[in-house]
Design a protein around this ligand. Structure first.
Ligand code: ZN
Length: 240
């Protein structure tokens, strides 16, 4: 099976479409949360994921779109965007977001948004944070998002190796435990504005990271048209 692993799509439909095209035919689509927030097309992105039969988990922005009190934890621009999202989304999107679990196991892998010990909020940025989370999941490997940075952590005899995967990088999943992050489809933050995603090939136990150019200006125009904060618009072209 080839499985597209997507995270932090953030209501950016042009980025999602470009990634789906670039990855080619897949047997399944998994997402790691933050389907909405920041971007201009929440209903459209959720409808597209539904059409694909995507399965995944709830991110902090997905939760906050349904619960305005959670938005109080956000920075001012993120908060404005999630309040806009909460007022904009339709009943079908609300129902789909509301049904997302905090964590999911599939094909012997654990999926979470932030971390296994705090799926909604914790950022796993460093080897020590990854190591501290090893006892919190029971499968050999885990996929997580939330940081918007493509990265993998591998437990090599008690030492956590940190791998910074570039476009086309592959990692074979063996008996060493791995936490892998595909990066963000809709709002990359590693200085490369291209959408980031991962493909899992279960036949060869291989993970491959991909970077995909998309029409950033189209997303930016849609954001301006609905009055989303200017700083959120400009950060897309910088990938920060
Ligand atoms: Zn996010």
């Amino acid at each position: 099976m080839r499985i597209a692993v997507l995270s932090d799509i953030h209501a950016n439909l042009p980025a999602l479409e470009a990634v789906l095209t670039a990855l080619g035919p897949v047997d399944a689509v998994w997402h790691l949360g933050d389907v909405v927030g920041y971007g201009p097309q929440p209903d459209e992105v959720v409808a597209r994921l539904q059409e694909l039969g995507a399965v995944g988990v709830r991110g902090n922005h997905d939760a906050a779109a349904l619960d305005p009190e959670m938005a109080e934890w956000f920075n001012p621009d993120a908060r404005l965007a999630i309040e806009w999202t909460g007022g904009r989304i339709g009943a079908a999107t609300r129902a789909w977001l509301g049904a997302l679990p905090d964590r999911r196991e599939s094909q012997g892998l654990t999926l979470v948004h932030g971390s296994p010990r705090d799926p909604t909020w914790e950022y796993v940025m460093t080897g020590s944070e990854a190591r501290a989370n090893l006892p919190a999941f029971g499968t050999p490997h885990l996929f997580h998002g939330h940081t918007h940075i493509p990265i993998a952590f591998r437990d090599d005899g008690g030492r956590m190796e940190t791998l910074g995967p570039r476009d086309g990088a592959t990692l074979i999943l063996d008996d060493r435990r791995v936490l892998a992050n595909p990066g963000s489809v809709g709002q990359p933050r590693d200085g490369d504005p291209r959408a980031s995603a991962m493909v899992l090939d279960t036949a060869t136990s291989t993970l491959t990271w991909r970077r995909v150019a998309y029409p950033i200006a189209a997303t930016q125009a849609a954001m301006r048209a609905v009055g989303l904060p200017a700083r959120l618009v400009t950060r897309l072209e910088r990938g920060l």
